[in-house]
Write a protein of this length. Sequence first.
Length: 223
Amino acid sequence: MTIRLLIVDDDPLVRAGLTFMLGGAEDIEIVGEGADGRDVPELVDRHAPDVVLMDIRMPYVDGLTATERLRARPDAPDVVVLTTFHADEQVLRALRAGAAGFVLKDTPPAEIVASVRRVAAGDPVLSPAVTRQLMSHVAGHQEQPRRATAADRLAELAHREREVALAVGRGHSNAEIAASLYMSVPTVKTHVSRVLAKLGLNNRVQIALLVHDAGLLEDDGTP
């Protein structure tokens, strides 16, 4: 399968570098480029990308606003945000808006290519280590109303769905969840899909954020 990729960054040198790097992969086709978030709707309509690689900081419409607007559309492509920060409020906002993850601008080329492939395959671009870093940041900036709201939303889940959601919050893969909860990987995928549908979420990154917003793992001794 060829992955149709749209690159959005206001720096022409960055765009050229990403196009050269990613365009060399046999399974990735660069279908378009944009210099600002305001270009995204028209570019997506014209090129129908599978994945959008989106810079956060742009002069007119920033990548966060562009991501929120794009992910609110039906059948929206997946978004990976480009950032110079490991974890900050901007990245968290992008993930809550439905971005499938983020990559640092100084990430080695092979890892950026792998990230695009992972997102196209339906896997978020967040390692357990990065997930823990983000969640630590969430815990330090948590508000009580947000915690209560998150807990109420998770209360809608059935027992098994809640167990899977907690495991996702710990940064576990489907295989790790299957092993720990004694179920098959397809069953885990089914539960994840049900959690997403019940809670109106885009991806498992948002499940993880919701679990941590609810404060369910603060004293959790599970690795």
